[in-house]
Design a protein around this ligand. Sequence first.
Ligand code: 5GP
Ligand code: ZN
Length: 111
Amino acid sequence: MEQGCIFCDIVNGKTETKFLYEDDILAVFRDINPHAPVHLLIVPKKHIRSVNDLSGENKDIVSHMIMVGKDMALQENVNISGYKLLLNVEKGGGQVIFHIHLHLLGGWERK
Ligand code: 5GP
Ligand code: ZN
């Protein structure tokens, strides 16, 4: 848990943010400023700054984020129409919250 990190506060239940899914490894919630009809954030409970800070010991977390992303796409009914799973990396890559997170974007053309 990193002091002053909004995503640490959210995934540790210190805010009012509603979770669509939660387990020991991560939590999923809606983006506060959605860029698509469906815009979820898949956020590990461990504070990792960005993709650049990943090491081999984090590989289970990363694969779990992707698997949960797939399951959430089904739950949000965008699995057939299609969706994006996106990681912004550092400032030039569009990252503004420096706690790693996977975006799930979809729903433009729901089946
Ligand atoms: P990034 O640009 O870092 O990849 O994405 C950060 C995302 O977090 C943005 O899409 C932004 O709207 C979202 N966000 C920032 N603060 C909050 C918050 O307090 N609650 C929620 N639900 N989303 C947030
Ligand atoms: Zn954090």
